[in-house]
Ligand binder design. Structure first.
Ligand code: ATP
Length: 141
């Protein structure tokens, strides 16, 4: 049996439309629902839901970032797979669009009565979280 630990992680980020990232990384950080998941090669297998946020990974000494929302991840010792409704690499992010989305969501939240709970509030909060994730990915918050 081969007991040597892997030295790299194959990271794949997939949405219903496309393969967003397929890269070999030395470390991956994921926005887990209950906090940041730091993954190194050889990590124990796990499955987790992701929060809207930033995935970052180290590749050839540089850090790459992308925004993600509505995702799940499967972590294996030498592979991390992310399936998400949306994911954008930093160079794909339209900063003005994300700023407008954040502003729209903030204004809608202010107009929602405090008593308003449920679907509308969760939708606005989710839109706000997606916009903030995109701005965080490009470090423009
Ligand atoms: P908006 O209100 O600006 O449409 P949204 O959060 O409602 O934002 P989503 O439903 O999450 O948008 O995404 C719809 C599509 O648009 C997805 O393919 C997503 O990758 C893309 N997208 C959304 N916002 C941006 C952005 N700021 N830059 C680049 N692509 C974006």
């Amino acid at each position: 049996m081969d007991t040597t630990l892997p030295t790299a992680i194959e990271l794949q980020v997939v949405t219903p439309e496309r393969l967003v990232v397929s890269a070999s990384a030395t470390a991956v950080s994921l926005p887990g629902k209950s906090g940041c998941l730091g993954i190194l090669p050889g990590h124990a297998p796990l499955v987790s839901e992701l929060a809207a946020g930033v995935i970052s990974y180290e590749r050839e000494g540089a850090t790459q970032r992308l925004a993600v929302s509505d995702g799940f991840t499967e972590v294996l010792p030498a592979r991390v797979i992310v399936l998400a409704r949306t994911a954008e690499r930093t160079e794909e992010i339209d900063i003005e669009r994300a700023r407008s989305a954040r502003q729209r969501a903030e204004e809608r939240l202010k107009r929602l009565p405090d008593s308003q709970d449920g679907d509308e509030r969760s939708q606005v909060l989710a839109a706000l979280a997606r916009a903030i994730a995109r701005l965080d990915a490009v470090e423009e918050r």
